[in-house]
Design a protein around this ligand. Sequence first.
Ligand code: SF4
Length: 189
Amino acid sequence: MKLLLHTCCAPCAIHAAIEAKNDNFSVTGFYYNPNIHPHSEYDKREKEAEKYFRSEGLNLICAEHAAGTFFNNIAGKTGLPERCLMCWRMRLGETASFASKNRFDAFSTTLLGSIYQDHEAIREICEDLSERKNIKFYYKDFRTGFKDVHRIAREKCIYCQNYCGCVFSMVEREERRKAKQLEHMAHST
Ligand code: SF4
């Protein structure tokens, strides 16, 4: 059975690809992430994903960055959780459409392996898309491999990003870093 696996990044693909192969899927990755900012970071994650899929003898389809799609969709939805709901639906909608048009048997996403994302919301979006686009959704809780994934990524020298992807998450990461720095300075004076 042919599975199109939406791939957000190489580390998250590790466990998802293993699980899908164990469940007898022939896995093809689909790198479609218009949310990632800036373009250099998009390229970096894409190259790491390509390197990982190649090392496993798997195909990875790389779509265009299409950053404009993210910014067009985000208008009026910069707050949480609207922003992330839009982001997941945008990426997974394109994945389900591609899978349906190109005769895959099912689709899924490496986002189901993240402990930082809303797992149930992602699952619900995929189930809804499965009905709308007439393509099976392969569900599995890939979070079970989260700890192993980081060990394997370190061993294989795979780049692990330190923010989710969009410009908002990049700014939020920086704000958290500065707040910690200020707290540390306050305690050491
Ligand atoms: S925080 Fe992550 S999931 Fe939410 S909009 Fe940004 S990139 Fe997408």
